[in-house]
Design a protein around this ligand. Structure first.
Ligand code: CP
Length: 311
């Protein structure tokens, strides 16, 4: 069986904890020794590209970055054919795509683990890095509460799943129409955040919480909505005044890149509560732990297995 990581709940709760433990290994096993990893990007990236490339190096493998114009998923050839081909040469395929269904189709076709490096639905490696940052700060997850302030984005969804899977309480603050849909709130409650709530009042959401997280009000590909979104989110900037309503030891997370002065103030991003740089650093450990876990829990199938001389 081949394991994939397209969304954080592709892992069970126990498996997520195993991945977190692997992220903390000081001497990770060279599970990719002599093997390749294809890293496809349809969109720009700073943190994800570099952390994933270096994670592959730490695991003894050889990363090959595939430029957006080279990918041509469903343009030059189908997403399935891209994955089947890359599975002939690589032990893992990781991809950043506009449309999540392309990852699902690649996972169904490739025969090697497929890792989501961000899609329109989710960003699981970011969520793992966020959990590592929270654990480093507080030592444990139980009894902690996280408030997400701003757009209920792909990043928010994955963090909501990850947090609820480890028992962190959840609150969301967003203008009407930009918060989590009721069925996703229900999923968080069922997974392990029974009090998960959504409000349009940021102060209510952050009251006494341990973690405040936010992200850009518009994602790559939503730039044409920027004017409308800036107006809708004008009262949702995470700044010093908002953080003062949280617990005294609150930490601020932001997956970056930040739009300083929009979703987060300069003062907050550079202030004593900010953990955005440890969070960015943890992207490497997250990618390394997740890829190591996926590779060691997968049996090569399909094209890779059929290749004469495959390791
Ligand atoms: N947080 C994050 O995914 O950053 P990049 O878009 O730079 O990879």
């Amino acid at each position: 069986m081949t394991r994939h990581l397209l969304e954080i709940d592709d892992l069970s709760k126990g498996e997520l904890l195993e991945v977190l433990e692997r992220c903390s290994e000081t001497h990770p096993p060279k599970v990719l020794a002599g093997r390749g990893a294809a890293l496809l990007f349809e969109k720009p990236s700073n943190r994800t590209r570099h952390s994933t490339e270096m994670a592959v190096v730490h695991l003894g493998g050889h990363p090959i970055y595939v430029r957006p114009e080279e990918v041509g998923l469903d343009v030059r050839e189908t997403a399935e054919d891209v994955a089947r081909t890359l599975g002939c040469y690589h032990a893992v395929i990781a991809a950043r795509v506009f449309e999540h269904h392309k990852l699902e189709r690649m996972a169904g076709a490739g025969g090697v683990p497929v890792v989501n490096l961000l899609s329109d639905q989710s960003h699981p490696l970011q969520a793992i890095a966020d959990l590592l940052t929270i654990r480093a700060e507080f030592g444990a997850f139980a009894g902690r509460t996280l408030a997400w302030v701003g757009d209920y984005s792909n990043v928010a969804r994955s963090l909501g799943l990850a947090a609820s899977m480890v028992g962190i309480g959840l609150r969301f603050a967003a203008p009407d129409g930009y918060g989590p849909p009721p069925q996703e709130l229900a999923r968080f409650r069922e997974l392990g955040a029974p009090q998960a709530v959504s409000t349009d009042d940021p102060k209510t959401a952050v009251d006494g919480v341990d973690v405040v997280s936010t992200d850009a009000w518009y994602a790559m590909g939503q730039e044409e909505e920027a004017v409308a979104r800036r107006a809708a989110f004008a009262d949702y900037t995470v700044d010093g005044a908002l953080l003062a309503a949280a617990a005294p030891g609150v930490i601020l997370l932001h997956c970056l890149p930040a739009h300083r002065g929009e979703e987060v103030s300069d003062e907050a991003l550079e202030g004593p509560h900010s953990r955005v740089w440890p969070q960015a650093r943890n992207r490497l450990a997250a990618a390394r732990g997740a890829i190591e876990w996926l590779v060691t829990h997968s049996e090569p199938t399909g094209a890779t297995e059929a290749m004469e001389g495959s390791p």
